[in-house]
Ligand binder design. Structure first.
Ligand SMILES: Cc1cc2nc3c(=O)[nH]c(=O)nc-3n(C[C@H](O)[C@H](O)[C@H](O)COP(=O)(O)OP(=O)(O)OC[C@H]3O[C@@H](n4cnc5c(N)ncnc54)[C@H](O)[C@@H]3O)c2cc1C
Length: 403
């Protein structure tokens, strides 16, 4: 009998444990620092758990060497994820953009079926058991926890990253691996709200808009996306913002976010609409110019942003003024001050360097028998189920223990 310890009972660790337990010669133990496993999983997808994306491919992942992820992702594809969860009895539903959720719309369902499968496989879970240190002991390992030590023959580090600190995001995994000689790259939050100069967002707090988003640095567009944008107390958030947030973290201050609230509509079409409104309702105040086209508060803000006094009547607006308002709606620019940091980030960009791991097994090239999976490695995915897909795929591969 071989003992396998998995440090971390999150998405990748639970999958790694199930994968290792398929070999009946393995006794598998999960050490989890929190009171219960899968705590972060319960908060994913706003509590609905966007568990995979049917379009996930290596191209959706980032890191110093994103190609590293290819083997694991191709060995355990989104289709495999769906078949795996279906075999556990989970019903799922695909939504727009290939995002898959449990039919119950509750992340609890995902964790529940994993928990039942772990019980059935005889995997032991020790909760409230943070691994403090791990070291080589002969051909095996000893893991030291606050309440005692555990010996094992193979060790899988699945401690996740720094993102979502309130849900248990910590740096422990990097430190455990560092002591085995593993280096890590610079860490920063990705899929994270952006902090912008305060003037506009605070007044727009709570508004959601559909927009094309561009991230510009020195006048050049460095990233773009489309979809929902939410204004927050300190800046902007939402799926379309998350999509450019990794690039924004790299740019830092000096970059700007440009929002086009009329994506998919031509400037001619919008000019005609504004002229028609001027003709039909000349007595209306200019602040009402965009009424029905944008959220009221946002519409008023765009008029103000174009430098037009709210009390001026629409009929008195020149073509040039209409054009200015339209330009503001199509290029609503916010100065970037930074990101909201690890507390609000959904994933950690950067991590333990993949150069020192074999992509075909996820075994350490420095320490035989030591494996790592999930977010602790320097791989992060796009927004939309890609990070959990990496957790499942890499957990599945690491749990094979080189088989
Ligand atoms: C709010 C939020 C929403 C998200 N939504 C989605 C989504 O809808 N779809 C998607 O694909 N991704 C989503 N993600 C990202 C996704 O949750 C993570 O990428 C994924 O959980 C990473 O899995 P992991 O196993 O590597 O790490 P985790 O899930 O973080 O698990 C790591 C586990 O290790 C434990 N641990 C850490 N240190 C120790 C130690 N020393 N000893 C013992 N245990 C330890 C932790 O307590 C934790 O349980 C979201 C993230 C957040 C924060």
């Amino acid at each position: 009998m071989r003992t396998v310890i998995v440090i971390g009972g999150g998405a990748s660790g639970l999958m790694a444990a199930l994968s290792a337990a398929r070999d009946k010669d393995n006794r598998v133990v999960i050490l989890e620092r929190q009171q219960r496993p899968g705590r972060k999983l319960l908060s994913t997808g706003n509590g609905r758990c966007n568990l995979t994306n049917t379009g996930a491919a290596a191209e959706n992942y980032h890191g110093a060497d994103p190609e590293f992820a290819r083997f694991a992702l191709e060995r355990f594809t989104p289709r495999d994820t769906l078949a795996f969860f279906s075999s556990l009895g989970l019903l799922t539903e695909e939504e727009h953009g290939g995002r898959v959720y449990p039919l119950s719309n509750s992340a609890n369902s995902v964790l529940d079926v994993l928990r039942l499968a772990l019980e059935r496989s005889g995997v032991e879970i020790r909760t409230a058991c943070p691994a403090v240190r791990a070291r080589r002991d002969g051909d095996g390992f000893v893991v030291e926890c606050e309440d005692g030590s555990f010996a094992c023959d193979a060790l899988i580090v699945a401690c996740g990253g720094m993102a979502g600190r309130k849900l248990g995001g910590v740096a422990d995994g990097y430190e455990l691996l560092r002591r085995f000689g593993h280096e890590r790259t610079k860490l920063f939050g990705a899929l994270v709200p952006l902090v912008t100069a305060p003037e506009y967002p605070r007044a727009l707090k709570g508004i959601r808009a559909d927009a094309a988003v561009r991230l510009r640095l020195g006048g050049e567009t460095v990233a773009r996306s489309e979809g929902e944008v939410q204004f927050t107390e300190t800046g902007v958030s939402g799926p379309a913002v998350f999509d450019v947030s990794r690039a924004a973290s790299v740019c830092g201050e000096g970059a700007e976010i440009s929002l086009d609230f009329f994506r998919g509509r031509s400037t001619e079409e919008m000019t005609d609409m504004l002229r028609a409104r001027r003709g039909a309702m000349p007595a209306l105040e200019a602040s009402e110019l965009l009424c029905g086209m944008l959220h009221n508060r946002l519409g008023r803000m765009c008029v103000k942003y174009a430098g037009i006094g709210a009390a001026k009547s629409i009929g008195a607006l020149s073509d040039a003024e209409l054009r200015r308002v339209l330009d503001c709606c199509r290029d609503f620019t916010l100065e970037l001050r930074g990101t909201a940091g690890f507390d609000s980030a959904q994933v950690t960009a950067g991590g333990t360097s993949t150069a020192q791991f074999d992509p075909r097994t996820l075994e350490s090239r420095l320490v035989p028998g030591l494996f790592a999976c999930g977010e602790v490695l320097d791989i992060d995915g796009d927004c939309g189920g890609y990070n959990l897909q990496w957790a499942w795929a890499s957990g599945n591969l690491a749990g094979r223990l080189g088989r």
